[in-house]
Design a protein around this ligand. Structure first.
Ligand code: A2P
Length: 260
């Protein structure tokens, strides 16, 4: 049996009782395309590895890896993973994969990164990759959560882009971050309602300052729960977009947010 490589935890950040992010070392040999996921975990008490799919939240140029996770109180992995601290080791399988990648989309003008909850993780990778801005004129990152506190990770990442000397130069004013909440009052600059509602009423397009989805101009990546994916997918299809994959690039791509 080949053993699974380990990486060292460098930092953890807890956002709510249910959400945290962590950074780890990255081996030089660990290559991925922004938006992909890898199998990550801990050694189980029975001596067997306990692994789950985790989207890599950092872009492919970064020296370290970043992940954004839910904490499930009785979840076999996350009930333990939430207690990791700098210096601890995690298991990380090489050879990430996934469909939320630029290669799975046809060329277009506006890239929409539509997420709920931890579904934002692959998109904080894509939104920090200069190649994204070579391929698209505009990028709209959306995240919908139940509460404003759950939006903080995405807010911090976008703040980081704006403060980064190199990235802010590349991105300029071409990235729009739209955050919405569904179960409490929205914070300043945030919207109220599910992204599917905001698409149907047209509020999302109005706020982004661009026309509604068209097969010519728009490309969409979707990541959230199964129900969210199905509803958002239906709106893409209604706009005339077709689902893409690595083998056959299209107008939109989907992936279920993992763990939880
Ligand atoms: P809501 O509060 O109206 O259910 P969850 O934690 O259940 O995965 O939900 C995360 C966010 O995704 C919540 O804001 C939730 O809104 C929203 N959501 C849940 N189901 C859908 C769906 N089918 N389409 C769009 N958004 C959804």
């Amino acid at each position: 049996m080949t053993s699974i490589p380990t990486e060292t935890v460098l930092e953890t950040r807890h956002y709510t009782d249910d959400l945290f992010s962590f950074r780890t070392t990255r081996p030089q040999s660990f290559r991925f395309r922004s938006g992909e996921f890898a199998m990550l975990g801990l050694m189980g008490d029975n001596g067997k590895p306990l692994l789950r799919a985790y989207s890599i939240a950092s872009p492919n140029w970064a020296h370290e890896l970043e992940f954004f996770s839910i904490k499930v109180p009785d979840g076999p992995l996350t009930s333990r993973l939430q207690h990791i601290a700098p210096g601890d080791e995690i298991l990380l399988k090489p050879r990430p994969t996934g469909t939320l990648v630029l290669d799975a989309l046809l060329p277009g003008r506006v890239l929409w990164l539509v997420s709920t909850g931890t579904g934002i993780a692959p998109f904080t990778s894509v939104a920090r990759d200069p190649e994204t801005y070579e391929r698209f004129d505009r990028v709209v990152l959306t995240q919908t959560c139940r509460t404003t506190a759950e939006l903080q990770y995405g807010i911090d990442v976008v703040d980081g882009i704006r403060k980064d000397e190199v990235l802010s130069e590349v991105v300029g004013d071409r990235l729009t971050h739209i955050a919405s909440v569904t179960r409490e009052d929205a914070g300043p600059g945030q919207l109220t309602g599910r992204v599917t509602e905001l698409i149907e009423t047209g509020e999302l397009f109005q706020v982004a300052g661009v026309p509604a989805w068209s097969p010519e101009a728009d490309r969409v990546m979707i990541c959230g729960s199964s129900a969210m994916i199905n509803d958002t997918k239906a709106l893409c299809e209604r706009a005339g977009l077709e689902e893409g994959s690595n083998a056959s690039p299209g107008g939109y791509v989907v992936e279920k947010a993992f763990v939880g």
